[in-house]
Design a protein around this ligand. Sequence first.
Ligand code: MN
Length: 224
Amino acid sequence: MASLTEYKKKRKFDKTPEPGPTKKHTRTRRLYVIQKHRATALHYDFRLEVDGVLKSWAVPKGPSLDPKVKRLAMQVEDHPVDYAKFEGVIPEGEYGGGTVMVWDYGTYKPEETDDVEASLRKGELKFTLDGEKLKGSWVLVRTRGGRQWLLIKHRDYYTTEEDVTELAPVSILTRRSLAEIAEDEGGDIKKAATGDPKKIPRRTGVKRRKKGAKAKVWHSNRAS
Ligand code: MN
């Protein structure tokens, strides 16, 4: 059963701004979120709401929209649903110390099943994402008995070889880079900027994109 015991055990809630371990669910019960997290190393925390908690995987390289690319996804402890909108700084020395960004946000639909827990127990879950940056069909497959999974894009309308982490590096909620979040929330700006795919200029109210690149390219159809 979904449990937040491990989440609670790892954190001191008088030290971290992260939300407490309350179990609840969203209206759709199918929330999807990716949080970009500069802790010891930069990674992308991929989360799906299942039975009142967020099932979570740390994806070191982030998602790829190329079906040929299999991304390692290490399963980590379940997180509270409230965690999905957490963007800010976890103090250094605390568990996961560093800067957290809400990189993508939306909902998902399981494919070929209504019992997501059962699919996860079996080690394979197919699902359709409806986020702002990521859409279309995906699969999570467990590779061995343990916490190691692969996150793979299925070939469809949203397939592309372009790197969505490079094209869309900033927060979906606030359009801030990791460095800007660190600056606003009293974190380590230099550390937050290290390893971030792009250096973002000071916020201008305009979405930054690479010279010559089309806007919203991650929504458009590419060589599929
Ligand atoms: Mn993390």
